[in-house]
Design a protein around this ligand. Structure first.
Ligand code: SAH
Length: 399
């Protein structure tokens, strides 16, 4: 790595060599904890250079200044063992719960609330859910925190709608944690490994929280997709917006738009934004978010991004900028060939998997585009995941 480059304005903290987390070996969630944070960044940088270096210079990965307790979405499973009620994390690739009270990457307040809930269960004589017998009360707790607003949502996932003494339970919880802004009971009565069921009952507050990215407000409901590391999300999205270089006249397509975050951030600098996303619930949230921010120049469509782009290309429509943020599997040739037909000047590719990014960049460079920037961002310290923003520009004739 080069010296003097960005680690969110400061030197990275030295964490690792097994001294970061007592649960490291049992839990298996953080793959890179045997390394210091500097080593982790180097490891990710080398991985990106190996996969992406052939397309151009890979900028130095942007790391976190404080790479701990960054997860603002925290889930705990509840069960019972010889010692009593336990709460914790499923061991990587198994259904065994590793009992934990604190986690190096989870928000600390969320962890404290989970411990309080475990203690309250005992004093209220409520039982954890037994998945084999399908009896008992509490299955999971999900906590979501708005990093910038400080709002906290507690979701109690229960095996049925019965919640004995719910009012006094909630009162006791709020008394111990007045920072909680809403409590929701989610009912999951199915034999499933999914955490959330279909039904929500708001027990306290609004039933959702809000958080901000730059000056925009986003609603987070129990089910909404929202990036889990808000600090690095602003870095990642900030890069994506910077690479678009909007002047106010552009038509921007936000493909794989989720709840519309990137498109909404781009809308202030563009003439028009069109968002496309497969998940209808996410599109509903995206439309809501656009209204919440009083944005009029954005439209969202529920569709397969490739089908949508093929239709746009067939209809002879144009776009100046395409921003794409596909899942780990990356995009496909139908999508990319339609992008090439639409011929935007810029394509900004936000990727959570450098392997599929490499495959997809290869397609673009063979089809009229060149790679101008490659910027890795460490959204998930201590795990082996790495996000990358790449800027592609259309070649001018003869280039
Ligand atoms: N840009 C958003 C979401 C990125 S996650 C954000 O930053 O919040 C990737 C998104 O792609 C998910 O919301 C997923 O539902 C969506 N997706 C997956 N396959 C898709 C497809 N074939 N067409 C459109 N959207 C798809």
């Amino acid at each position: 790595m080069q010296k003097n480059n960005t680690v969110a304005n400061n030197k990275p903290a030295r964490i690792g060599k097994g001294n970061g987390c007592p649960h490291y070996k049992k839990c298996g969630g953080c793959h890179l904890q045997n390394m210091t944070y500097e080593e982790q960044l180097k490891f990710k940088q080398i991985k990106c250079i190996k996969l992406l270096g052939k397309f151009g210079r890979v900028k130095e990965i942007i790391g976190m200044e404080n790479p701990t307790h960054y997860r603002c979405k925290v889930q705990a499973a509840f069960s019972k063992n010889k010692t009593g009620i336990i709460s914790g994390i499923y061991q990587s690739s198994t259904h065994k719960i590793v009992p934990i009270d604190t986690c190096l990457i989870e928000d600390s307040t969320a962890d404290e609330i989970i411990v309080t809930i475990r203690k309250l269960l005992k004093s209220f004589k409520l039982k954890p859910f037994d998945e084999n017998q399908m009896t008992g009360f509490l299955r999971h707790v999900l906590i979501r925190k708005g990093y910038y607003t400080g709002q906290i949502m507690v979701v109690l996932v229960t095996g049925s709608s019965l919640f004995p003494k719910s009012r006094s339970f909630i009162n006791a919880l709020i008394e111990r944690h007045p920072e909680i802004t809403t409590v929701v009971q989610n009912i999951n009565n199915k034999f499933t490994s999914l955490v959330l069921g279909d039904r929500n009952i708001t027990l306290y507050g609004d039933g959702y929280i809000e958080d901000t990215i730059f000056n925009y407000v986003f609603r987070i409901s129990p089910r909404s997709f929202y990036q889990v590391n808000p600090v690095m999300t602003t870095v990642l999205y900030g890069k994506a917006i910077e690479y678009m270089e909007l002047s106010g006249n552009e038509t921007v397509i936000d493909a794989y738009c989720g709840t519309g975050t990137i498109g909404i951030l781009a809308s202030g600098g563009a003439k028009k934004v069109i968002g496309v996303e497969l998940n209808a619930d996410a599109v509903r949230d995206a439309k809501f978010n656009a209204k919440r921010n009083d944005i009029k120049n954005i439209e969202f469509y529920t569709a397969d991004a490739s089908d949508f782009m093929v239709e746009m290309a067939k209809a002879g429509q144009t776009a100046d900028v395409v921003i794409m943020d596909p899942p780990r599997a990356g995009s496909d040739e139908r999508f990319m060939s339609s992008v090439v037909t639409l011929g935007p000047k810029k394509v900004v590719y936000v990727s959570c998997n450098p392997e599929t990014l490499a495959r997809d960049l290869n397609y673009f460079i063979k089809n009229r585009y060149k790679v101008k920037r490659i910027q890795p961002v460490d959204m998930f310290p201590h795990t082996n995941h790495v996000e990358t923003v790449a800027l592609l520009v259309r070649k001018i004739n003869g280039e």
